[in-house]
Design a protein around this ligand. Structure first.
Ligand code: IDP
Ligand code: MG
Length: 149
């Protein structure tokens, strides 16, 4: 069972799309294992996006992700990483597959609405950045057997 960290980024929060983003992922069948509203500070932003430090867009990225509260969530399910990345769409909304969140709601890379972990290792690292172990709840839904064989 994989875990992925999803952030509803400030642009999606400001545009009232939090429910839409989480709803699409929830309806896909993924289970919410943790969720909260959080104001990311500069230190957390830099840790979360450490792989991008030094790139030209890094200062703007830190400013963007700290510019309003975000919803952080851990979603769980088989192949959760790839499933969520595909539902979210390519980094650049211009190239995102039609029907994906970034294609349906976005125009530019710098305002692409959602963060989603890019590997199982990133999923674990990022979930631990935003949540303590006790805040991540593995639970069973009655519907799980109708979603996972
Ligand atoms: P991802 O969010 O699809 O995993 P990454 O390459 O990890 O994409 O980049 C992290 C975030 O940095 C992107 O989601 C986007 O918000 C921002 N970003 C990436 N490349 C650019 C760029 O060239 N210009 C502006 N922002 C960028
Ligand atoms: Mg990434």
């Amino acid at each position: 069972m994989e875990r992925t960290l999803v952030l509803v980024k400030p642009d999606a929060m400001q545009r009232g799309l939090a429910g839409e983003v989480i709803g699409r992922l929830e309806r896909r069948g993924l289970r919410i294992a943790a969720m909260k509203l959080i104001q990311i500070d500069t230190a957390l932003a830099k840790r979360h996006y450490a792989e991008h430090e030094g790139k030209p867009f890094f200062p703007g990225l830190v400013e963007y992700i700290t510019s309003s509260p975000v919803i952080a969530a851990v979603l769980e399910g088989p192949n959760a990483i790839q499933v969520v990345r595909n539902t979210v769409g390519a980094t650049n909304p211009v190239e995102a597959a039609p029907g994906s969140i970034r294609a349906d709601y976005g125009l530019e890379r710098g305002r692409n609405l959602v963060h989603a972990s890019d590997s199982p290792a990133s999923g674990e690292r990022e979930a631990a950045l935003f949540f303590s172990p006790g805040e991540i709840i593995s639970w069973a839904r009655d519907t799980d057997r109708w979603i996972v064989e």
